[in-house]
Ligand binder design. Structure first.
Ligand code: CA
Length: 377
């Protein structure tokens, strides 16, 4: 079997209502979908996390080196792409592109052997994964304390046992929002907060002390990713576990975070940190350091399916025992017109749990009509 084509689909969809995290307002959602075809008729699908048009350029530049190659050689092709751009591509867009390509190759491999990717990776260790609801962004009108509480209560009513609140809008506003959401969801639901790099260590520690009383599951991206000393200071000062890593890349990047003991929870994104091949290595390395791994996910159903394949083969956070702490699926609940449309059978949760797709490869079927409908101009 040989690779005959590698294509990057840039997709784009306008939102009905803009929303913001601490960094920016969003009025569109974009996606970068990788499609790899082979001479025996199999097609593999992948997705990259990050700036879609830039990543598409990288995929296009890498593509000629893949034509005629054996798509089952995922390890070899990963090494070749990585080494080929080592001088300028160790982090960022090149690794995003490599991630989407690697995922598409695993989809082909699974389809070739008629098995889900997780079987070829040695799993499953679990066939359903607990999902946490990611939402609770900000809108242009209304009182956040009121609409965040309503939204959070809605997730609990749907069955979610864990939810993540966006913070980073100023310390006082964050405390008010955290208090309102905790009151709305009661004591039995896990509440995490995500500042999206909004603070320096001084502000993050001050805020962390003020919200510790609301039993916070983790404090995500308190500071910018390059501020390793800031992460260490926040982690040392707070009882809240510190999470991060959605903007880190490959085993080499995560090695540095782990050796520094900068995080309690690493969050590699399968679609950005190096694909299934690399994220399994990152997760295993984290386990060896006694650090939890909860993959970051911000994409379409293809990204969710790839992440579920990884989640199916991750070791539990804690050793086998009567009760174990398990990794969770990040389940984005913000508006994303492409997320469900791209799959003929969208990924659903039932009572806050998601079944790992068990068809060949990623276990999904892509709707080509949606690719055409959302193709960026
Ligand atoms: Ca995040």
């Amino acid at each position: 079997m040989k690779i005959t084509s590698v294509h990057a689909h840039v997709l784009e969809a306008a939102l009905s209502q803009p929303f913001a995290n601490s960094l920016a307002w969003k009025d569109t959602r974009t996606a970068l979908i990788v499609e790899i075809e082979t001479d025996d008729g199999l097609t593999g699908w992948g997705e990259s996390y990050g700036p879609a048009r830039m990543i598409a350029a990288a995929v296009k530049a890498i593509a000629p080196s893949l034509i005629g190659r054996d798509p089952l050689s995922t390890e070899l092709l990963w090494q070749e792409i990585y080494s080929g751009q080592r001088g300028h591509g160790r982090k960022g867009v090149v690794i995003d592109a490599l991630s989407g390509i690697d995922i598409a190759l695993w989809d082909i491999k699974g389809k070739h052997f008629g098995l889900p990717a997780y079987r070829l990776m040695g799993g499953p260790l679990r066939t359903t994964v607990q999902a946490y609801a990611t939402g609770l962004y900000r809108f242009k009108s209304g009182d956040p304390v009121a609409y965040l509480a309503d939204e959070a209560a809605g997730y609990v009513a749907e069955g979610f046992k864990a939810i993540k609140l966006k913070i980073g809008f100023g310390i006082e506003a964050d405390v008010r929002a955290t208090r309102a959401v905790r009151r709305a969801i009661g004591d039995d639901v896990t509440l995490m907060v995500d500042a999206n790099q909004a603070y320096d260590a001084v502000a993050a520690i001050r805020l962390g002390h003020m919200i510790e009383e609301y039993d916070i599951g983790w404090f995500e991206e308190p500071v910018v990713p390059e501020d390793l000393a800031g992460y260490l200071a926040v982690k040392a000062a707070l009882t809240i576990p510190v999470a991060g890593g959605e903007c880190e890349f490959t085993r080499f990047g995560f090695r540095d975070l782990l050796v520094a003991h900068a995080l309690d929870i690493v969050q590699p994104d399968v679609c950005g940190a190096g694909g299934l091949t690399e994220c399994k290595k990152i997760a295993d390395m984290a386990l060896a350091f006694g650090v939890r791994c909860n993959p970051h996910i911000w994409g379409t159903g293809i990204a969710m399916a790839a992440s579920l394949q990884l989640l199916a083969v991750l070791a539990p956070h804690t050793p086998p025992a009567l009760t174990v702490a398990e990794p969770m699926l990040e389940f984005d609940r913000t508006e994303h017109p492409i997320r469900r449309a791209v799959l003929t059978q969208p990924i659903e949760h039932a009572g806050g749990f998601v079944r790992v797709p068990d068809g060949p490869g990623l276990g999904i079927e892509v709707d080509r009509g949606a690719l055409a409908r959302f193709a960026a101009q």
